[in-house]
Design a binder for this molecule. Sequence first.
Ligand code: ZN
Length: 414
Amino acid sequence: MPIRSSALPQSANPLTSFSLAEQPQVRAAMDWFAKNLKWINDLQSALTEIPAPSFQEEKRAASVKAVFAAEGLPAQTDKLGNVIAELRGANDKECILIAAHLDTVFPADTNVKVQREGDRLLAPGISDNGTGLAAIVAIARALQAAKLRPQRTILFAANVGEEGEGNLRGMRALIDAYRTKLRAVIVLDGSGTDHVTTKALASRRLEVTITGPGGHSWSDFGMVNPINALVRGSVRFINTKIPVSPRTTFNLGQVEGGTSVNSIPHEAKLKVDLRSESEDELVRLESALRDCIATGVKDETDNARDRSKGKLEWKVEMIGRRPGGELTADSALLASLRAADDYLGNQSRIERSSTDANIPLSLGIEAIAIGAGGNGGGAHSLQEWYEPAGRELGLQRALLTLLGVAGVAPEKAR
Ligand SMILES: [Zn+2]
């Protein structure tokens, strides 16, 4: 699908970061970050300390909404729980979306209190996506403080459902709602300034369920066992040959089943994550999983001594699917990011990964995902950390990229 161009019309503002940064209001917005680092860092810690597993983002969302409102930028919450604040542009018929996901991979009872070790902040979710959330709010506030009116309307969104089984549902809803006006999407996810994701990694998540009659480990021995069948099928699947290139991966991520050590279980479940640079490989891998489970069930049935007590049923269901896509090399959004990097003396490499940008990219809408500055590590682990030093570079980079595609309204239009 052709990617819709995010280029501003010729008559609009200059696109380069050099000419953008010469405008006093842009300069003021850029300078706002360094003067307000403590506020940004504190906001990041405060948001991180509100638990927000996927599907339970309400409290964190309410807090982001309150901060937007306090800045004089009224925000709305859509029916999924996405928080959207609008900075109206001179041309309200076109908009740019800048978004950061609210949710984390951590269960609600995880200790998310931020610990400090020198300049380092430690807490699950502090970087992914505490950094992105603090950044969208900071960018909105910097533009407000500089009284900068964009040419195109800017939508600041803190969206739900990016992680795991959230399945990008928040971004899907945002794209649905604004599709006709949307010219580009900038996703702020995690920390750093060293990369730009322009290629969306396609993935499929599947859940295998095998059920059987269940029984007593001694007296019913010999009947079909769903866990045995799952193990037989899984071992076959693990041995499936997958290509190094196009890079393709699988992960058996979660298993469940059984009720006690001395019961033949009546159910076994397995969740599997499949990813590939190639849609064809994904299709092949999904069908391999189905075949392997079918064979595992057959092996278990063939080997059961006593088939009179019932049989196995099985199914493989899709619990998540993220479409692939790619930004073209002549993208105006990518040019804007490159111009920002040049202006700021930053170097970054193109990456393929699975982010909220998958959705717009798969629909032909220009989109990138970038880190929001500073340094972070240990994403999705309890040891996750963030160091804010130098974060203003990431914030300025995001701001200039955003204004490169949103434009700055000429004085007379303000
Ligand atoms: Zn993230």
